[in-house]
Design a protein around this ligand. Structure first.
Ligand SMILES: [Cu+2]
Length: 348
């Protein structure tokens, strides 16, 4: 009793009583992560790409769990039944069995498991990268910038940080960058892929159900990397078509007095040097296209909700909201500012 740990029977008895409770404590993080859902969870797939990744993840998880349990089991077994007498009086037969055991459990089984996992992963990677033979339903160009996403559609529609797609269709994305390396990642839809300076990468995305799927730049790109979010907005094909047609149309020139004055403020301030509004002479591309600004949910790559108050903050103090952002503050008198806001809010 003085020296409990040295008495084998005791040790296992103590171990047997305590193991389940300890095991349960060890499993808590496992169950917590298994319950992972939420907007950025790759284990909560909303399309066929992410579903493949989720399946692969669980297969690897269970293989690792079984191997871990087997190794721990063998350790416990050897603690209990292993030789206590370490004098080199080794029985010859036992030694031979030991060699075979090491060859099978230490070499053959690990090679089979690793090789199987490798081949299966290669197949999945290939499926995630391959496009449809008939060609994609839609080709969208995504140009990443410090720190926002420019989105260009084949019909001429240009938007920012919000990528509308129809559900149930395989959409091809062509990824390029205007500056440094960024990485496009919508965990609930697909694997991530980098935007690399000087080259063009392609990937596909597909969403099963209508919904808003959050994306995030996944390659550190400077001060506001964390505030470089975006959203994939999947809509039924009918809703998408409605959005798509409107998104390609020019901004209507306001007839109403204040918004009309706001257009003049826009065209006579620095704004016109960085932004485009289709249907006006503003055609610069240093900042997001604002043609249908009012139809967007968020501003500044997910940093702000699109409200009048936030639009005002963003014009007066962009550096206070997103320090380092490529947009300078603009000083306007209150009449000009109200008119400009009226105009920006009319861009739906
Ligand atoms: Cu980034």
């Amino acid at each position: 009793m003085r020296c409990v740990a040295n008495v084998p029977g005791r040790l296992t008895a103590v171990g047997r009583v305590r193991a389940p409770r300890r095991l349960r404590a060890l499993l808590i993080p496992v169950f917590l992560s298994a319950g992972c859902s939420g907007p950025l969870s790759a284990l909560d797939p909303a399309g066929p790409g992410a579903a493949r990744i989720e399946r692969l993840w669980w297969i690897l998880f269970w293989i690792a769990t079984i191997v871990f349990a087997a190794v721990v089991g063998l350790i416990l077994y050897s603690l209990r039944h292993g030789r206590r007498d370490l004098t080199p009086d080794i029985d010859k037969d036992e030694a031979q069995w030991g060699d075979r055991f090491i060859a099978v459990v230490g070499v053959v089984i690990p090679v089979l498991i690793l090789l199987g996992g490798f081949i299966y992963s290669l197949g999945e990677m290939n499926a995630l990268a391959t496009h449809d033979d008939e060609g994609p339903a839609l080709d969208i160009e995504v140009v990443s910038h410090n720190w926002w996403w420019e989105v260009r559609y084949p019909n001429g529609a240009v938007t920012a940080n919000e990528i509308h797609i129809p559900t149930g269709e395989r959409i091809r994305l062509t990824l390029t960058t205007a500056d440094v390396i960024h990485s496009f990642w919508v965990p609930r839809l697909q694997a991530k892929m980098d935007h690399v300076p000087g080259s063009e990468n392609q990937m596909w995305i597909e969403a099963d159900e209508p919904g808003i799927y959050r994306g995030q730049c996944a390659e550190f790109c400077g001060l506001q990397h964390a505030h470089m979010a975006f959203f994939v907005e999947a809509e039924s094909p009918e809703d998408f078509d409605r959005w798509y047609e409107n998104a390609a149309s020019s901004a209507s020139t306001p007839s109403d007095g204040s918004a009309r004055r706001g257009l003049d403020v826009f065209l006579s301030s620095s704004c016109v040097g960085c932004h485009a509004i289709e249907g006006t002479e503003a055609a610069a591309t240093a900042g997001p296209d604002l043609t249908h600004l009012a139809a967007r949910e968020t501003l500044f790559a997910g940093k702000l909700v699109n409200t009048r108050a936030n639009l005002e903050r963003l014009i007066v103090d962009p550096q206070g909201i997103k320090p380092g952002v490529g947009m300078p503050p603009t000083e306007l008198d209150s009449g000009e500012l109200e008119a400009l806001l009226d105009y920006l809010e009319s861009l739906d």
